[in-house]
Ligand binder design. Sequence first.
Ligand SMILES: [Zn+2]
Length: 308
Amino acid sequence: MSYERKILENLRMPTQKEVEQALLKSLFKNNGVIKEFGVGEKVVEEIADDFHLSEEQRATYLETIYRKENRVKKSNLWHRLLFRAADSLAKKNLVSRPTQTILLTNKKEWMLTEDGYNQALQLLHIPVAQKEILPIKSYEVEKIVKKMQKQERKENYNPFENKKVVKTTRETKIRNRAFSQVIKEAYNFKCAVCGMKIYSPDRLQWEVEAAHIVPHYANGKDDIWNGIALCRLHHWAFDIGWFTLSDNFKILASGKIKNLPTDLGKLGNYDFIGQLTKEDLMICLPEEKEIYPHPNAIKWHRENIFSQ
Ligand SMILES: [Zn+2]
């Protein structure tokens, strides 16, 4: 039995398989990414806590003696175990390695792949359909997000999808999630109209939604320029035509609002629909101009959805 194996057994450390599963769950809890394992890194302690590791189990070092160089290298056993489990997950293509992820996000992190995400859901008994609404990152989705962010804004932008491009269901689903992520991040998870920002008690899901300006049913693209982040109420009001936007991002409210019975559209004292009629009300825009909604998409909404 090797020196390392002996120590692992004596200390009753978790098996590699157990650590792999714990890592997948931890990746899920941390929105799909965890940092490289280092001393003082939160995730290293979190997973150790999950296994109720003792101080001794956390603090044991292995000594490797390099006789030729007359040097002893010490490495923390728990970190080694974590690294080996992550390395094994990467070999099975369930996570991307920090050296690979950094090319995409500029951060040295382990990130779930789509297959890894599916396995994490299985381990946590969460239906795969939840992927549509959970904000967990995956390597494949992140690749599309990056592509969307890098695209050049064009004056003559066409907000309609080319019908001839055939996409598989998997591709479509990944693109939907990338669209949702890109829009929510661009608007800092706030409704562009009312500024509402709130997450679920487990901090995993945001209330805000990524709304298409030209909707899917009208063949609208999943693009950063064809989207806007809205709370559920304002998403509904936008999709149904209670309001639209001018080319300089002012809110244009439907003239029919004034004919509404007074008991409609109120949230307590907040007149959610009447608010829209305020003059010169602008939406909150992303920081960079490059990713503002495109006038070509807005124009279509004004002409086809908005109810004057
Ligand atoms: Zn809102």
